[in-house]
Every structure is written in C-alpha cells, then in structure tokens.
Design a protein around this ligand. Structure first.
Ligand code: A2P
Length: 330
C-alpha cells in the first residue's frame, strides 16, 4: 500500500471540480508553502528531477484545480539572475507553467496540496560556452520544506480527463517531464475503480530517467488493465536500428492498439516534446485512424515522407479529432 497513490482507509474520494482557470494571476499570486520534495528519477542519473508538494490550505485554488491543468511559478532566488541564464534572458521573473502531477485532491487527499514535477534545466550557452541554469526550475528544485513560493493558476481547459472517465479507455503518451499529468490522471482513474484499458507509453533518454517508476510499476502489478511501456531512446533501438521513441512503441503494439483506438470511447493523449507529435500523426495516418484527417492532396504514404517543418503538420494538428486526441506539447 502506497498512501500517496492509493486511498487510505477512511478517506472518501472528493468530487472532481468544475474547470476553473486563472484564480491567481501574476498580478495576484498566492504564497504556497513547500511541504516536501523528493527525487523521482534514479539517484545515479545525471539529471535531477524532483516532485514538489505545495501546501495551498486557505488558497482559493484549494479543491478547485483539475488534473491536466498547470500552475505557474514566479521565479525568485539566486538563479533569477541574467548572468546565470543568458539563454533565457528576458524571461526572468516571468511566470513559468508546470503541469500538475497530483490528482485533483492533491497528494494529501483533501485538496489542500498541489504537486508538480520539475527537471533542473542546466545547459551550456552555445555562443559563450558558459554554464547556464534555468531560473525557475533550479529555484523550485532548491526549495526546502517551509519555503514560500509565489504561484498562479490554475491554467488550461483542454488537456483534462473527460467528465465520464470510467466510460473511456486511455492511451497516454509522454516524453520527459510530460509524464506529470498522467501520474495524477492514473491516481484518479485507479482510485475511481477504472476497469477499461489504460496504456502509458513513456519516452526518456536513459533508463535512469524513468520518473515515478516505482508508482507505475506498482499500478502495473496491482491492475491487469494497465500497460506500462518505456522507450529508452539512447539505450534501445527500433526495428530500423534508430533510437526507440514512443512512436516506435505504438508500432510494436499495433495489434492491440489499432482495435483499441478504433473504439470511439478511446482517448489518446500526448504530453511532452513537440517533436513527438509528427511521429504520432505519421503512425495514425499509417493505421488509417479517424483521430486525424489527412490534408487534401496527400495520402498516408505522403504523410510518412513529410519534412519536419512541412506546412501540412499544423493542418493535421488543427483538424485532428480534438475530443479524443488531446495534446500538451512544448
Ligand atoms: P533523444 O533526446 O535521445 O533524442 P527529456 O525531455 O528528459 O530529454 O526526454 C525526452 C525524450 O523524448 C528523450 O528520450 C528524447 O530522445 C525523446 N525525443 C526527442 N525527440 C523526439 C521525437 N521527435 N519523437 C519522440 N521522442 C523524441
């Protein structure tokens, strides 16, 4: 029993609220208190990914956010310094959005907390060769229990679970920290007693980067309707000898996924790198899925050959079935 993801004895599930947005804005922020933080990737990874829990007791957002929404964080502290983050020059002090990673009732089950997952952004300035630190991500990852952080939100109306979640099957596809909303969604679905099929396909560079792995393995062990598959791009190969990406998993599992996605009640979610969208649209074109429409003058084969920056991609994105193919990419 893991009381963060499985309802403790005696607790009743809170109803999922109506969608509310922008209760707090950059001009009207809330001072959330850091309750706890824990590393969510493997200790030996060179990346540092943290799960942070904020106390929002007394906040107008308490009990009002929905999983799939984001909260904003106003960066402050020692990394909010242009000398440390030249690449992001001009962004200092501007709000940064992070997907909520807890269920709508928070990791505390009472709606009084909200959690996010954050990867420390560290890179080199390609011009100067100097080390660059993300202002917001390092500020949040450095925070200690008791620290106050200014937050805004909630933000987003389109990447939510449907109002009748138990009537749907779900295929969730994530890269990197795009995993955040699925953690909360899976907690909500399993605790509500979902019996339909759930797939989570998660792409990361190395096996040490699989975030929340213990939670997902636990769900895999306890729920036979849950399929959890990782695509470890820099360790595994696809059938053509290239990096194994999330879209390669879709191909590998076609015999199960095609009939599943033909059901009008199945939803497909994409969250993470913008780059994964094209690969997923290509697969949907290849399997002749009604989740997308192929632009006039093209056929499924031509979609496979489109250049990465082809003008048709935004058309495919815009004309997709927005009820059943949801995306949150960046
Ligand atoms: P890679 O970087 O090896 O090319 P993170 O955000 O933690 O770096 O993880 C993102 C994951 O998504 C990585 O495994 C990355 O692979 C992978 N990725 C990068 N580009 C694409 C793409 N176009 N389609 C699917 N996955 C991608």
């Amino acid at each position: 029993m893991n009381s963060e993801i499985e309802k403790p004895e005696g607790v009743s599930l809170r109803p999922i609220p109506e969608t509310a947005v922008n209760i707090y804005t950059p001009k009207n922020t809330f001072d959330a208190t850091v309750v706890s933080k824990r590393r969510i990737n493997h200790p030996s990874s060179p990346n540092y990914d943290w799960h942070i829990v904020f106390d929002i007791d007394g906040c107008d957002m308490e009990g009002k956010y929905r999983i799939g929404q984001s909260i904003g964080v106003i960066p402050a502290g020692r990394f909010n310094d242009p000398a440390l983050n030249q690449i992001h020059r001009g962004l200092n002090s501007k709000v940064r959005l992070y997907s909520i990673a807890s269920a709508s009732w928070g990791d505390s089950w009472d709606g009084k907390t909200v959690s996010i997952c954050v990867k420390r952004e560290m890179s080199e300035d390609p011009v100067t060769g100097q080390l660059v630190f993300g202002a917001a991500s390092n500020y949040i990852c450095d925070a200690k229990p008791g620290d106050k952080v200014q937050i805004t939100g909630p933000v987003g109306k389109n990447f939510l679970l449907p109002d009748d979640p138990l009537e749907h099957d779900f295929v969730f596809v994530a890269t990197g920290t795009g995993i955040a909303p699925y953690r909360g969604m899976l907690i909500e679905l399993f605790n509500a007693g979902v019996e339909r099929d759930l797939w989570l396909i998660f792409g990361v560079p190395y096996s040490t980067d699989v975030m929340y792995e213990a939670d997902f393995r636990y769900f895999e062990k306890t729920h036979s309707n849950f399929n959890f598959i990782t695509a470890i791009s820099r360790e595994q190969r696809n059938a053509k000898g290239g990096k194994r990406y999330v879209q390669d998993v879709l191909v590998e599992k076609e015999s199960e996924l095609i009939p599943l996605l033909q059901k009008q009640s199945t939803m497909l979610y994409m969250c993470g790198l913008k780059g994964m969208e094209n690969g997923i649209y290509q697969w949907l074109a290849k399997i002749n899925s009604d989740l997308i429409s192929i632009p006039e003058g093209l056929d499924a084969k031509a979609v496979q050959e489109l250049a990465r920056d082809a003008a048709e991609w935004p058309i495919i994105e815009r004309t997709r079935n927005k009820e059943r193919l949801l995306k949150e990419t960046y």
